[in-house]
Every structure is written in C-alpha cells, then in structure tokens.
Design a binder for this molecule. Structure first.
Ligand code: SAH
Length: 191
C-alpha cells in the first residue's frame, strides 16, 4: 500500500516538473482577458487542498486513519496504470498548448488557438487528465477522505470551468472556435 502512496507523490512531482518551465517562460506576459471569479478561486484552492495538502496529511500523520480502507493489490496497480495514463495526457497537452496554458481563465496578448496534437482529438485534454487522476486517486490513496475529496471538488469545478472557458474562447476566437468545437469532443474523442 505504501508503494501506491509513493507513486501518488511521484506523480505530483512530475506534474510540477512539466509545468515549471512554462510558468517560468510566461513570467511578465501581458494578458488581454482575465476571468477569475471568487467561485473559481475557491474551487482552485479546494482542489489544491484535495490534491496535495490532504494527501500529505494522510501520508505523514495518523489523523485520517479512521477513514482507511484496503483494496486488493490489483486495484492499486489498476490505479497506477490509470495514473500513468493521466500523466501522459497531461504531458502531451502541455507540449501542445505551450505558453497558452494558464491556471485560471486568461487570454494572453499573443494567444494562439491550438488545434493540433492532442487538441485535434479533444478540447480539454488537461481536464481529461484530471478526470483520470481523480479516478486513480482513491485506488492509490486508500482512504475515504484523501482518496475521494479531489473527485468531489473536481466535479463542480469541471462543469463550471468548461462552460466559462468555452464562452471565453468563443468570445475571443469566434467562428474559428465554433468550427473547432464541432470537430472535436470535450474529454472523449469524437468519432
Ligand atoms: N481546457 C484545456 C486548457 C486548460 S488551461 C485543456 O483541458 O487542455 C486553461 C487555459 O487554456 C484557458 O485560460 C485558455 O486561455 C486556454 N485554452 C484552452 N483551450 C485552448 C486552445 N484550444 N488553444 C489555446 N488556448 C486554449
């Protein structure tokens, strides 16, 4: 079981490593639009708690032990496989989106609409990756609180974010984004 907890934290380090160069290259970039609501800030804060802080408490204290459960070993390994796929999709999306990425809803002055790579298949690969992550989390962190809180927070975040993000993209790129929407799926490819 410890192995799966270690895998989880390795995943966090990998995601940070994928984002670090983008954050660095973006420093001081001018924005032409920013749509950050209090609701979104709150949910982003809760996501951080559920993804990082609560798992740390679970791993390093016994405070959450009352909520532990034990799954068969194969379930843990299934979690590792889903998690690895999540990290692959996350990496691919960052390679394709490059400097157009932002943690909250923003349009850069030099924003470019990306429709290549993984974005040719789906509009929201990073959120697809996060869905995989929140599904893998309860298989890796076998605890009702540390395993499931992220999923619970991500569900409302996902629906609010996608709605606001697609509106912003339509306001910015108009017909181009509309056509792009018709040809792609959200988190599942369209066949
Ligand atoms: N929803 C995407 C991107 C998440 S990052 C995904 O899941 O992969 C959020 C930022 O990405 C938004 O602020 C928006 O400015 C930018 N964005 C989203 N889709 C984009 C696209 N196809 N091309 C360029 N920028 C995009």
């Amino acid at each position: 079981m410890k192995t799966f907890v270690i895998v989880y934290f390795i995943g966090i380090v990998i995601e940070m490593a994928i984002r670090a160069p983008i954050r660095k290259a973006q420093r001081g970039d001018a924005k032409s639009d920013q749509r950050v609501s209090t609701q979104e800030k709150t949910l982003l804060g809760l996501l951080f708690l559920a993804m990082f802080f609560i798992p740390l408490i679970y791993a390093f204290t016994n405070w959450l032990d009352f909520a532990n459960y034990t799954l068969p070993t194969w379930a843990g390994w299934l979690g590792v496989a889903i998690f690895a796929f999540a990290l692959f999709v996350f990496w691919h999306a960052h390679v394709d989106l490059g400097l157009n990425w932002s943690p909250s809803l923003e349009i850069r002055q030099k924003h470019e609409l990306i429709t290549k790579g993984i974005y040719r298949l789906i509009r929201h690969p990073m959120y697809a990756s996060q869905w995989l992550w929140v599904i893998a989390q309860p298989l890796l962190l076998q605890n009702w609180v540390a395993g499931f809180l992220n999923l619970l927070v991500f569900i409302p975040f996902y629906f609010l974010r996608v709605k606001a993000e697609e509106k912003m993209m339509l306001d910015t790129f108009g017909e181009e984004y509309k056509t792009y929407m018709q040809n792609t799926g959200g988190v599942f490819p369209k066949f």
